[in-house]
Write a protein that binds this ligand. Structure first.
Ligand code: ATP
Length: 347
């Protein structure tokens, strides 16, 4: 099978339903072969954006969608050459696995020998050969998800669109399938738009992530940029856990209730007197060894790590992740060392 990836551009695409604007005008480009993840809380407009790419929704007047050089804004889904997987999979219950995967090809009046060859190839790719003649209700959730993917790929689409394809599965299976999905998408090299509200999925699968909230794009960046250089509080708080330290700027430091945090050379002290850091970018040490101190409040052993909350160092309790084996007693005084590269300033 051969996929010819196409770049996608959305220009000033907004969407209004019954007088309510649910998507503000957005501009978005997706490179040929790139996997772009739309991430955000429920109702933020991810699915609406995906449906505009698919041709299931038309943007409000003034918006345009391009696949390569083609303006596809008015083109319905069946003429856009997109493959789509829905959260519910929407498989045909009266067809076998083979029947589902080959359905689109049959409708397109593809020669039966080619349908068979293409379906066999997809069943092998998705490790479904042993299930080819089963009915859909005989399959596990993970197998159904793979049938839906195979069906979406059967007509060699220019673009693959996935709407929360792993959400219906239990957590452990989701982890495994996320890895499989990653391998698959990298191998196919197809332009993909992937909608999820799960940050782990977004981090693992996205070449770039678009963080959305309330119908707007908050940030577009690689997973590392989104995580380590969030554009604002909304992004910082939605993606992972983040700690806030607040106090007063001093020369080369931020003074807080628990002491001070030295800022790296060249750090601009012109914003509000606040610094942020991720739980894994700090260490707990003996109080006399650190310039920032607090008191251990809670200790949660999570296996591979232990999550400790510390009060008295900043206005709010700080969350610090330490190795699973290290032990801290609630009520004891601790020092907090934050890696200089872990300090984040937010607008
Ligand atoms: P979820 O993860 O819950 O699917 P989402 O980020 O994908 O959320 P959308 O499905 O894009 O969000 O919905 C954005 C907003 O638009 C929501 O408030 C939703 O209720 C509204 N909306 C979506 N489709 C329609 C429609 N056909 N008619 C009216 N309102 C709609």
């Amino acid at each position: 099978m051969k996929f010819t990836p196409v770049p996608i551009a959305l220009a000033q695409c907004s969407k209004t339903f019954h007088g309510t604007r649910v998507l503000e005008p957005i501009d978005l480009t997706i490179g040929a072969g790139e996997t772009l993840v739309l991430l955000g809380p429920s109702g933020c407009g991810k699915t609406t954006t995906l449906r505009i790419v698919a041709g299931l929704e038309t943007p409000d007047a003034g918006g345009a969608v391009f696949f390569g050089g083609d303006d596809v804004t008015r083109l319905p889904i069946e003429r856009r050459q997109v493959g789509m997987v829905f959260q519910s999979y929407a498989l045909f219950p009266n067809l076998t696995v083979r029947g589902n995967v080959g359905y689109g090809l049959k409708i397109a009046k593809t020669e039966p020998a080619l349908v068979r060859k293409r379906v066999d190839e997809l069943l092998a790719m998705m490790r479904l050969e042993a299930h080819a003649d089963k009915a859909i209700h005989q399959l596990s959730g993970g197998q159904r998800q793979r049938v839906a993917l195979a069906r979406a790929l059967a007509r060699e689409p220019r673009v693959l669109l996935l709407d929360e394809p792993l959400t219906a599965l239990d957590a452990r299976l989701r982890d495994t399938l996320r890895r499989d999905m990653n391998t698959l998408l990298r191998g196919l090299g197809i332009t993909t738009v992937y909608v999820t509200h799960d940050q782990a999925e977004a981090m693992e699968l996205g070449d770039r992530i678009v963080v959305m909230s309330a119908g707007r794009i908050e940030q577009i960046g690689t997973p590392r940029e989104i995580y380590y250089r969030p554009a604002n509080r909304a992004v910082a708080q939605f993606v992972g856990t983040i700690n806030r330290l607040a106090g007063q700027w001093q020369e080369n430091a931020l003074a807080t209730a628990g002491g001070c945090i030295h800022t790296p050379e060249g750090f601009a002290h012109d914003g509000p007197p606040e610094l942020f850091f991720r739980p894994e970018d700090a260490r707990l040490v003996a109080p006399e060894r650190a310039s920032l101190r607090g008191v251990v409040e809670t200790v949660s052993f999570l296996g591979e790590r232990t999550r400790v909350t510390v009060t008295g160092a900043a206005p709010e309790a700080l969350v610090i992740d330490v190795t699973g084996r290290s032990q801290w007693a609630p009520g004891s005084a601790v020092g907090i060392e934050i890696a200089a590269e872990g300090l984040i300033a937010l607008p």
